[in-house]
Design a protein around this ligand. Structure first.
Ligand SMILES: Cc1cc2nc3c(=O)[nH]c(=O)nc-3n(C[C@H](O)[C@H](O)[C@H](O)COP(=O)(O)OP(=O)(O)OC[C@H]3O[C@@H](n4cnc5c(N)ncnc54)[C@H](O)[C@@H]3O)c2cc1C
Length: 530
């Protein structure tokens, strides 16, 4: 008999979600996590009295996160608060707390680019229309969760019938099928304006996704005690329901019997048997390192290896010897800073001065909760989109950090701090702590290929998994029977909501084949379409 009904590889948000639903459903579940703490890219760490979030900076509900926490009875443990976003252009902070603020932002842009007013109005119309659609879609996704507390509203949309919004779906999708930059280029003739509306997103981002983000800004939450509170609560729920979690435990191999997943082998050689395995880590690793090549078809492997990972980030963690009030952030702990009104084009991403001009995502944990920084001081996280390949792979020497790598990280951190001085004059004189994280750091900690933060590339033709949202349930299937996948590599475009949803979907698949926590007939999860 198998030791477990399911073994989950990876305690990121997807693996934890899968395991929590499995344990709640009575399955015997084990989670193996290579790191010393749960969470993967959902993590926080303390340094010198400052709390920093090492991965995601605030969480989108998207009709998924809060319902998941509610279903698992965790809403009283993970106390989420709205986390308002602000856009900083040059020196002005513009909070985005409602769709009216989005409209005001477009008016500001129209004031600065008067000859682009008509084009901007068309883009704004699409933003609002997509906001309605998103509300309708989120309503559909929410219906896959059973218990919904009153406050789990979908992102704000205009007061109109959501079903009517769905009726516009075909026309809207026709409009916004193109990549965001191409879509904008057809409506706006000023390249700087195109940059300003697209440079926060990775290259190749679809127009639908990019325009939807203005509504998503209204849907961000921050947990009390930092992002780590979410995975910690999930881990508690797993253990309370009888599940097990092994930290510092790397899965070295997925065991196969007659071509079916039958358990895992750990890096110390221990073999554990299970009726199902859920791979909730990097997909390349799953299919090319953790199992023999013959387990999947050569065409599957070729396609997998040809696909590109998503973008990564360079992050700078600062401890400042000034109180947060001095930053004048208008109550917003999550901000996007554009140093100028020229913006960044795709061709700028490899430039030497890229980090001196790049738009930065800023996060200020202690603005949400004063105890997350020493009294009278401020922890500030800066991050910017980048790739593994920047500056000849970050000066890594044979894949390992070198003196050049360290010098480059320090130089780029200085560039980002200097750029931010337009908004916070004298910032560099207040830095008492500075740490950095590169794509290499993210890859080393989580095994996400090349430090990818969202799974597969956002460029449609470069991604591996891209199916219709309406078929997301099938994205957890793999070509190997009894092996399911969950997480941001299982559906594209990935991200936190996809990770949570696929975790739940994988658990549901397994529970469907179990009774009273005992596997009665493993499901055949083979996917015949790829
Ligand atoms: C800076 C930053 C900002 C972000 N912002 C957003 C945002 O605004 N919106 C959004 O939707 N998403 C955002 N994301 C992305 C989001 O955080 C991720 O998509 C999501 O957390 C992925 O969860 P996951 O469980 O799929 O994978 P991961 O978090 O990568 O978890 C995988 C886990 O598996 C473990 N593992 C891997 N291999 C093995 C093995 N062989 N044995 C044992 N354990 C293993 C890893 O250590 C890791 O803990 C952001 C990410 C970052 C880094």
């Amino acid at each position: 008999m198998a030791d477990y009904d399911a073994i989950v590889i990876g305690a990121g948000i997807s693996g934890l979600t899968a395991a929590a639903y499995l344990a709640r459903g009575g399955a015997r579940v084990l989670v193996c996590e290579q790191a010393g703490q749960v969470g993967g890219l959902f993590n926080s760490f303390w340094q010198d009295g400052y709390l920093f979030d090492g991965g995601i900076k605030a969480v989108e509900n998207a009709g998924i996160l809060i319902p998941m926490l509610a279903e698992l009875g965790l809403l009283s443990q993970v106390r989420l608060h709205k986390s308002p976003v602000a856009l900083i252009t040059e020196k002005t902070v513009r909070p985005i707390r409602s769709l009216a603020d989005v409209e005001a932002y477009f008016q500001f842009l129209a004031g600065h680019f008067p000859d682009q007013r008509d084009g901007l109005q068309k883009v704004l119309d699409d933003v609002l229309h997509i906001g309605d659609l998103l509300g309708a879609l989120v309503g559909l996704v929410r219906s896959s969760f059973e218990e919904l507390p009153g406050e789990t509203a979908a992102p704000e949309s205009r007061p109109k019938d959501r079903l009517a919004a769905l009726g516009h779906l075909p026309a809207t999708l026709m409009h916004v099928r193109a990549p965001l930059r191409r879509y904008l280029g057809k409506r706006l003739s000023n390249p700087a304006l195109v940059n300003l509306l697209s440079h926060l997103f990775p290259d190749g981002t679809g127009a639908l996704f990019g325009l939807a983000y203005f509504s998503m800004f209204l849907d961000y939450y921050y947990p009390e005690d930092g992002i780590q509170a979410v995975p910690t609560a999930l881990a508690g729920a797993i253990e309370a329901a009888g599940g097990e979690i092994l930290l510092n435990t790397r899965v070295a191999r997925i065991c196969l019997e007659h071509g079916r997943a039958s358990g895992v082998a750990l890096s110390d050689g221990t073999e554990l048997r299970a009726s199902h395995v859920v791979a909730a880590g990097d997909a390349r690793q799953t299919f090319t390192e953790l199992m023999p090549a013959a387990a999947v078809s050569p065409s599957f492997t070729r396609k997998l290896l040809a696909a590109d990972p998503s973008h990564s980030v360079f992050a700078v963690f600062l401890g400042l010897d000034i109180p947060v009030e001095q930053l004048n952030l208008q109550g917003c702990g999550h901000l996007f800073y554009a140093p100028d009104l020229t913006g960044i084009g795709e061709a700028d991403r490899d430039r030497e001065d890229y980090f001196a001009r790049v738009p930065q995502e800023l996060s200020v944990p202690c603005l949400r909760q004063a105890s997350l920084a020493p009294r009278g001081k401020t922890g500030l996280i800066l991050s910017a989109l980048t790739s593994w390949h920047y500056a000849h792979n970050w000066g890594l020497d044979g894949g390992k950090p070198s003196e050049g790598y360290r010098r480059l990280s320090e130089k780029l951190a200085r560039q980002m701090v200097a750029s931010l001085e337009t908004f916070i004059p004298g910032l560099s004189h207040h830095v008492e702590l500075c740490a950095t994280a590169t794509p290499y750091t993210l890859q080393r900690r989580t095994s996400n290929f090349q430090g990818a933060i969202m799974g597969w590339s956002y460029e449609r033709e470069k991604a591996f998994q891209r199916t219709s949202l309406f078929r997301i349930a099938r994205s957890v299937e793999t070509p190997v029977p009894n092996l399911l996948m969950a997480g941001h590599w299982s559906f594209s475009p990935g991200g936190a909501p996809v990770a949570v949803l696929t975790g739940k979907l994988a658990a549901k698949r397994i529970l469907r084949s179990t009774k009273g926590g005992r596997a009665i007939a493993p499901v055949d999860t083979r996917k015949d379409t790829r």
